[in-house]
Design a protein around this ligand. Structure first.
Ligand SMILES: Nc1ncnc2c1ncn2[C@@H]1O[C@H](COP(=O)(O)OP(=O)(O)OP(=O)(O)O)[C@@H](O)[C@H]1O
Ligand SMILES: [Mg+2]
Length: 245
């Protein structure tokens, strides 16, 4: 089974985790559960073989309970040297956390590592004003598959933001997996613009509490069929299971 085929639950509409070479987006208002959703998805989707690097500019305790005692680094050199931990949390100090410094680190990660997951908890910290930055853009474009003449390397870029307008457009257009928590009506409208006509359902029955819609970009879907967004909620007691509301 490849990482792409790993899913939470068993039915076609159960929640798929992004595979390497696929990108994902999680949006939702403050406290709607984005970080928790990303942790659940990453815990389920990152096989033992792959590393996941988390850009945690806010200092979220939740990341510390990811599987396998994640490493916490506060300096870029810590990331560069860490080839052993499956989950690596990067919490830059004041002198390392400008958007340009973080963006440079993304490029470095891409050039140094093959096959890595990269979760950015707050996109505005990397691309302020949603202006695409070179490192983020390069990882998105090349991460779907980079070939160095001998081997292919893939990345999964998972972009998180309270508001969709804080993620550069190609963060959405390159994404296959969308996890959409509650949003203001205006922001839901923006989201629907990316999800397409089938998204009326998200306006009619918006997610509440920690619910979210999962939408898969059909242009990249393996069976080519069109599915409307589906509503899920994680049951934290039963770990890594999602139920259709
Ligand atoms: N499915 C869930 N069931 C129960 N509690 C949840 C669930 N998802 C998240 N929570 C809880 O809700 C709170 C907010 O979740 P989380 O930090 O993931 O939100 P967020 O959208 O990332 O917020 P922020 O925008 O502030 O980063 C946390 O205490 C978290 O444990
Ligand atoms: Mg969060």
């Amino acid at each position: 089974m490849t990482t792409t085929e790993k899913s939470i639950g068993v039915r076609r509409h159960s929640l798929p985790a992004p595979g390497l070479g696929e990108h994902a987006v999680v949006t939702g208002q403050n406290g709607s559960g984005k970080t928790e959703t990303a942790c659940q998805i990453l815990s389920a989707g990152v096989g033992n073989t792959y590393q996941a690097i988390i850009i945690d500019t806010k200092g979220e305790e939740r990341f510390e309970s990811l599987p396998g005692e994640p490493a916490i680094h506060t300096k870029p050199r810590g990331i560069r040297a860490d080839g052993e931990h499956q989950f690596i949390v990067y919490r830059p100090g004041l002198e390392d956390n400008s958007p340009a410094q973080i963006d440079t680190l993304l490029l470095e990660v891409f050039n140094q590592r093959r096959n890595v997951y990269l979760y950015i908890d707050e996109m505005y910290q990397v691309c302020p004003n949603a202006k695409p930055t070179p490192g983020y853009g390069y990882c998105l474009m090349q991460g779907r598959r980079r070939w160095d003449g001998k081997t292919a390397s893939r990345m999964c870029i998972f972009s998180g933001s309270q508001r969709p307008v804080w993620i550069p457009r190609h963060g959405f257009t390159e994404a296959k997996h969308f996890y959409i928590h509650s949003l203001s009506e205006g922001d839901m409208d923006v989201m629907c613009g990316y999800v397409g006509r089938k998204s009326d359902i998200m306006m009619e029955a918006p997610p509440e509490g920690h619910e979210f819609y999962y939408y898969e970009n059909t242009a990249q879907s393996r069976d080519g069929k069109r599915y409307p967004p589906q509503k899920f909620e994680f049951d934290l007691e039963r770990k890594q299971e999602a139920k259709v509301a």
